[in-house]
Design a protein around this ligand. Structure first.
Ligand code: S3P
Length: 183
């Protein structure tokens, strides 16, 4: 019998690391539900993430994000794409690490800069020196992603399909979802 010890798979990583794309592909393959934390926050509040930042500041956004992570990490058969800053609060890291299987999508700085170039929607990137901002955020957060994650996958060198295959081949994933590894 399959025990399903950890059936919430949680993707962490920087903005632009591919959490939503990979998360949707993984969920489809695992027969699990997919939730993008930011999209659900927007749905529930009726406004964009940028507007939440504008009205409540980053602190207000983090409070909403923490409540949602607490709620979602108690669910079952779910793939969760978190926002890039979800690892900042101790409370979130504990909830994610203890309740789910946490996977860090480890994208290189060069790849992130390429993908995030010209971004107009992410409040933390609306800075005159966006490259410096991404560099600083990555330096501050990389240790937290590593600390929180059970598994890390370099995400720059492969296509979304290849990366999804590699994640699905990890025994921890197969075990958590009672899935069959890809051929
Ligand atoms: C943030 C990342 C965003 C979103 C918010 C803050 C961050 O999510 O949660 O703008 O602090 O890195 P994505 O990683 O999905 O872009």
């Amino acid at each position: 019998m399959c025990a399903k010890p950890r059936s919430v798979l949680i993707l962490v990583g920087m903005m632009g690391s591919g959490k939503s794309t990979i998360g949707q592909m993984l969920a489809r393959r695992l027969g699990a539900r997919f939730v993008d934390c930011d999209r659900l926050l927007e749905e529930r509040s009726g406004v964009s993430i940028a507007t939440i930042f504008e009205l409540e500041g980053e602190a207000g956004f983090r409070k909403r994000e923490a409540a949602l992570i607490d709620e979602l990490t108690q669910q079952d058969n779910l793939v969760l794409a978190t926002g890039g800053g979800a690892v900042i609060l101790d409370e979130n890291r504990t909830h994610m690490h203890e309740r789910g299987l946490v996977i860090y999508l480890d994208a290189s700085l060069e790849e992130l800069l390429r993908r995030l170039k010209g971004d107009r929607s992410r409040p933390l990137l609306q800075s005159p020196n966006m490259a410096q901002r991404v560099t600083d955020l990555l330096a501050a957060r990389a240790p937290l992603y590593r600390q929180c994650a059970h598994l890390s996958f370099p995400s720059s060198a492969s296509s979304p399909k290849q990366l999804t295959q590699r994640i699905l081949a990890a025994p921890e994933v197969t075990r958590a979802f009672c899935a069959t590894p890809p051929l």
